[in-house]
Write a protein that binds this ligand. Structure first.
Ligand SMILES: *Cc1c(COP(=O)(O)O)cnc(C)c1O
Ligand code: SF4
Length: 338
């Protein structure tokens, strides 16, 4: 490791402090924003958690702010809907032990960690039994063994939780081993961290990304252009400098981004930061998320507007994850042809 001074090391690790400080309560947050305490706080593992970077991007005194709605615990979460499930995408059926989820040909997904920098109220893995199923355990040994034994796997996808909450050393441990497996070509990281905890994109992390021999793709999870603060832009520029391919996936969320204007703005803002839109996901029906649902018909109408206003490369693919299917399912515009 390069000789870092103590001050440099402290700067590198600021993100850990930001991460610790992101635990909050919904009502504390509302009072900071000058709003009435209408949150429904409960003390479970999925309590309110929001880094200050994200809070700073929320408009004061606006109860309908698209960022606030993503993170504020409300009574609507207790309204359970018959379609909802604790495992909406069939992760557990495809689980091979130790956080290895192998559903798709050629690609394997590793549940790297259970920790996230933010708690998104619509999260599809909020009930995931993380404590039993973590791939980073024992220096990733079970995952490495599994990948070695499956020569068709060419892409390893890190998910979670948020894999970038792991320390860089832990991530280096993984790529050092993956680089020894000749059939593995690509490392993909799915993370909300570049837009919610931009301090995490530090020198150490960027050095690791620049140096790995694997083709590296980072899919950031950004739902609204307001998430892209100046610090986030800096973080994205640093990631771009490492030579990784940057993509974005969003979840279509009622009240947050279910209008063409917001999504056009998002695509253009991402493009200005050299990030291409990849997927726009229909919501997975996790427990207590029904209030975020957008109908397929409305989703298709929104995508049509995007297509008529943007170049094709800025239109994300509208898809849904269906339990047991061998790939994501595109939502066809045929459903409204008439
Ligand atoms: C979405 C997903 C993938 C990756 O799918 P792509 O279409 O390649 O982005 C892999 N494994 C699981 C379990 C997934 O949900
Ligand atoms: S960052 Fe992803 S995994 Fe974590 S709470 Fe949000 S949606 Fe869920």
């Amino acid at each position: 490791m390069s000789a870092l001074t103590k001050i440099e090391l402290n700067l590198q690790n600021n993100w850990l402090k930001d991460l610790q400080e992101s635990n909050t309560s919904g009502n504390e947050l509302l009072s900071t924003l000058g709003l009435k305490d209408t949150a429904d706080d409960y003390e479970d593992a999925f309590r309110a958690k929001v880094p200050k970077e994200f809070i700073q991007q929320i408009e004061l005194r606006n109860p309908d702010d698209p960022l606030l709605l993503q993170i504020l615990p409300t009574a609507q979460e207790h309204q359970l809907h018959p379609d909802e499930s604790s495992d909406p995408v069939g992760d557990l059926d495809a689980e091979q032990g130790d956080g290895i989820i192998h559903k798709y040909t050629g690609r394997v997904l590793l549940i790297a960690t259970g920790a996230c920098a933010i708690h998104c109220r619509y999260c599809f893995r909020k009930d995931f039994p993380y404590n039993k199923l973590l791939a980073a355990r024992n220096n990733w040994s079970a995952a490495i063994k599994y990948i070695q034994q499956h020569p068709k796997i060419h892409e390893v996808i890190l998910s979670g939780g948020d894999p970038l909450t792991l320390k860089t050393d832990k991530l280096k441990q993984l790529t050092r081993q993956l680089e020894q497996i000749s059939h593995v070509k690509t490392l993909r990281i799915h993370s909300r961290i570049p837009t919610v905890l931009p301090n995490r994109i530090n020198e150490d992390l960027c050095q690791w990304l620049a140096q790995t021999k694997l083709i590296t793709v980072i899919v950031i999870h950004c739902n609204h252009a307001n998430e892209i603060s100046e610090n986030v832009q800096t973080a994205l520029a640093k990631l771009n400098e490492t030579g990784v391919q940057l993509l974005n996936q969003s979840v279509l969320l009622r009240g947050v981004n279910n209008n063409a204007e917001a999504l056009i703005d998002l695509s253009m803002t991402l493009h200005a930061n050299k990030v291409l839109p990849y997927y726009l996901h229909q919501l997975d029906s996790a427990r207590g998320t029904h209030h975020f649902t957008v109908s397929d018909k409305d989703a298709v109408l929104i995508i049509k507007k995007l297509r008529s206003n943007l170049p094709g490369y800025l239109v994300p693919q509208l898809v849904r994850e269906i339990s047991g299917e061998a790939n994501k399912t595109p939502i066809s515009s045929n459903i409204i042809s008439s």
